[in-house]
Write a protein that binds this ligand. Structure first.
Ligand code: HEM
Ligand SMILES: *[C@@H]1O[C@H](CO)[C@@H](O)[C@H](O)[C@H]1NC(C)=O
Ligand SMILES: *[C@@H]1O[C@H](CO)[C@@H](O)[C@H](O)[C@H]1NC(C)=O
Ligand SMILES: *[C@@H]1O[C@H](CO)[C@@H](O)[C@H](O)[C@H]1NC(C)=O
Ligand SMILES: CC(=O)N[C@H]1CO[C@H](CO)[C@@H](O)[C@@H]1O
Length: 628
């Protein structure tokens, strides 16, 4: 009988009979079309429910599946239409009902792939009630690769996965800065980092899959993640937040006036600011965007107070928070941010009403695969131009004073005129940040995430058949073949970032086709999955009445910045067309510190490499001396 099983398994995976050991048949992923594989005593079973296919391995399609497929345009066809024919789209964008109809279609296509609530949470390979209610863990889209398989990726690829340090230096490390061909600017990079850290909050003590966020766009990075922190940051007058004023500008309060802990406080140079997210003192990126949201909050409070003189501090605060979350964050994210990333000529819109007639779940979970996807550190250049200086990144670590001294108007203009890096294609992550790659790869492996191709299949894309097809070139493809042998064994994190950039887009096809459903439904949390967009919430009274609703309704990135920054600088997520690429890279020759290493050791006291922190402090001292 054992021999029969052995033959059966060997047939499944094509292993050589005399070397055949018995292992979980699900290791070979015998079920097609992302059907669920369950191990039985001497066998396995595929659950084809909802796939549109049937048969032992869900290999046969129902007639209706083929017919639907016939009429469903492929991803590349859709992409072609959305990013070509700009004149036609201008017309469509101008016809309100048509634009709305199409937006509903876009959402339907995009959100179909992410299930909320996800049956899989953390390291679970099957659904449980305990995990469903456990918010301290990231959800996931595909269950982990079974344990004790012939290879780490199942049955394909090498017996041990490539060394993380080798992957880092061969595939990720930047030699020469490559600007984003879609003219993405550094302001976008700052905005992305600030925005995503409100819901990507890995628990650094317990590690993956634990996290400390609320699985949603909740602006906890502005208001604090605990009620105590929130109250420390509030002035308790007219709903407003505490501020620090200097040079005629408003900034977040100093830690002397808002008693909250900020991580890395001992390393901070210059003034210490108190911000909702405890990690946001680390870099000016957080500080610049935090300043914008703080100013907007207090501005909205003034408007509300004017409309409702009878409202107390609490109601003004709470309503302003909903306005900033519901309208403004979500609207800017869909209409400016996702619009830029998508490269579509079709104008996306944040209009929750279009979903109110359909069955749409407002439940939300952050998926670990989305967390891994969003490691866009390639966006960051090696130097940032602020005022008269070109700062190497390390000089801005825990140093936000330059922003205060130079002033927001100049800073925003400069950030908007500087090119961010190209995200995909590989080998464009600066030496200061490349250490994060190691962390992310460790996390992917610890979560036993399925291969890149499995995820492509799960999100309705054809698996790649060669490394060349994936990268669109031969050099990186050859490296990958040496490391992984088989395209089906390629790790998710690596696949995301070595894939070739799609024509007219910032990202690769897979990152966009997976990122869109995650962000619209799930994480950004669920821009559309946010409770604020649900039928009982989405009405003027939630936002202080019709007048308040309408004032806010017109928000976009441009006017959001205009009304909060002196001089009304014209800022978008792209470098303006008339600004040529002017490389500031290589303008300073001081050695790198590996600031990501410093931060990682800081947030993980249990693995702290104290030497690096000391090194940084020593450098800081010599810098001070040389300035004297
Ligand atoms: C100066 C710029 C940046 C520095 C120094 C930096 C550094 C780091 C470090 C050290 C980590 C690991 C944190 C930990 O778990 O200990 C991390 C995580 C992460 N970074 Fe960045 N990063 C930068 C810019 C960006 C940008 C532009 C993005 C764009 C979206 C980004 C997205 C993320 C995400 C999503 C994580 C995972 C967060 C988590 O697990 O909680 N980072 N970064
Ligand atoms: C949009 O339509 C309005 C009239 O409804 C027209 O004035 C405007 O020029 C149109 N814009 C474009 C870009 O077609
Ligand atoms: C959530 O799950 C983790 C791991 O299974 C467990 O340690 C933790 O106690 C759970 N939390 C709650 C609130 O049940
Ligand atoms: C700040 O808060 C901590 C605890 O959160 C408390 O021990 C300390 O006394 C507070 N300091 C001031 C000045 O209020
Ligand atoms: C006119 C134009 O922009 N055509 C583009 C349409 O899209 C294809 C790829 O899908 C491009 O190759 C064309 O240049």
């Amino acid at each position: 009988n054992n021999e029969v099983i052995c033959v059966f398994i060997s047939l499944q995976v094509g292993c050589i009979l005399d070397k055949c050991e018995s292992y979980d048949p699900c290791c070979a992923f015998p079920c097609k079309h992302s059907a669920i594989c369950t191990t039985l005593k001497d066998d396995y079973e595929c659950d084809c429910t909802g796939t549109g296919f049937y048969g032992r391995n869900c290999e046969y399609g129902y007639f209706s599946t083929y017919v639907t497929d016939l009429f469903r345009p492929s991803r590349s066809t859709l992409h072609h239409y959305m990013t070509n024919y700009s004149l036609l789209w201008k017309l469509v964008n101008n016809i309100s009902w048509l634009q709305k109809k199409l937006m509903a279609v876009v959402l339907k296509i995009r959100t179909n792939y992410v299930y909320e609530p996800s049956p899989y949470v953390g390291m679970d390979s099957y659904p449980t009630w305990d995990s469903y209610i456990n918010k301290t863990v990231y959800a996931r889209t595909l269950p982990p690769i079974p344990q004790d398989c012939p290879t780490p990726m199942g049955t394909k690829g090498p017996k041990t996965l490539p060394d993380i340090k080798v992957l880092r230096s061969l595939l990720f490390q930047r030699n020469k800065f490559e600007p984003c061909p879609m003219r993405t600017n550094v302001f976008f990079a700052f905005f992305a980092q600030h925005f995503t850290h409100q819901f990507f909050k890995t628990n650094t003590i317990k590690g993956m899959p634990f996290q400390w966020g609320e699985h949603s766009v909740d602006l906890s990075h502005v208001y604090g993640h605990t009620i105590q922190r929130q109250h420390e940051l509030r002035s308790h007058i007219d709903g407003k937040l505490k501020v620090f004023e200097t040079n005629g500008e408003v900034f977040p309060p100093l830690t002397e006036s808002a008693n909250v802990t900020m991580s890395g406080e001992k390393l901070m140079r210059g003034r210490k600011f108190a911000i909702g997210h405890p990690g946001f003192g680390a870099f000016p990126s957080f500080f610049v965007i935090a300043t914008l949201w703080l100013r907007e909050h207090n501005r909205v409070c003034d408007i509300l107070k004017d409309l409702h003189p009878d409202w107390d501090d609490e109601r003004l605060f709470q309503t302003a928070r909903l306005i900033l979350t519901g309208w403004e964050t979500l609207k800017i994210i869909v209409e400016d941010y996702v619009q830029h990333v998508s490269g579509f000529h079709f104008q996306l819109s944040y209009d929750p009403e279009i979903l109110h007639k359909s069955t749409f779940s407002y439940n939300n979970q952050i998926h670990a695969e989305f967390h891994i996807l969003y490691h866009w550190h390639m966006l960051m250049p090696d130097f940032i131009e602020l005022g008269e200086h070109v700062y190497p990144l390390k000089e801005l670590l825990f140093n936000v004073d330059p922003v205060v001294e130079i002033g927001m108007e100049t800073v925003l203009k400069q950030l908007s005129n500087q090119f961010a890096g190209k995200v995909v294609g590989g080998r464009n992550q600066g030496p200061e940040l490349v250490a994060v790659v190691e962390l992310a790869l460790k996390q992917t492996r610890q979560m036993r995430m399925c291969s890149f191709n499995k995820y492509r299949e799960r999100f309705g894309m054809k698996p790649y058949t060669s490394f060349e097809e994936l990268t669109g070139e031969t050099e990186v493809a050859a490296l990958l073949r040496n490391l992984y042998y088989d395209i089906d064994a390629l790790e998710l994190f690596v696949g995301y970032f070595v894939e070739h950039r799609r024509n007219r887009q910032v990202l690769g096809a897979t990152m966009l086709e997976m990122g869109a459903p995650y962000s619209l439904k799930d994480t950004k949390s669920g821009v559309f999955g946010n409770p604020i967009g649900s039928p009982a919430w989405w009405k003027p009274s939630t936002f202080g009445g019709e007048v308040g609703f309408n004032i806010i309704k017109t928000t976009n990135l441009k006017n959001f910045i205009c009304r909060n920054v002196k001089g009304c600088p014209d800022i978008s997520f792209k470098v303006p067309q008339d600004v040529p690429y002017n490389s500031v890279e290589g303008k300073s020759s001081s050695p790198n510190t590996g600031i990501a290493d410093v931060l990682i050791s800081l947030t993980r006291p249990q693995v702290a490499q104290k030497s690096q922190v000391k090194e940084l402090k020593r450098e800081e001292k010599t810098n001070e001396k040389s300035e004297l």
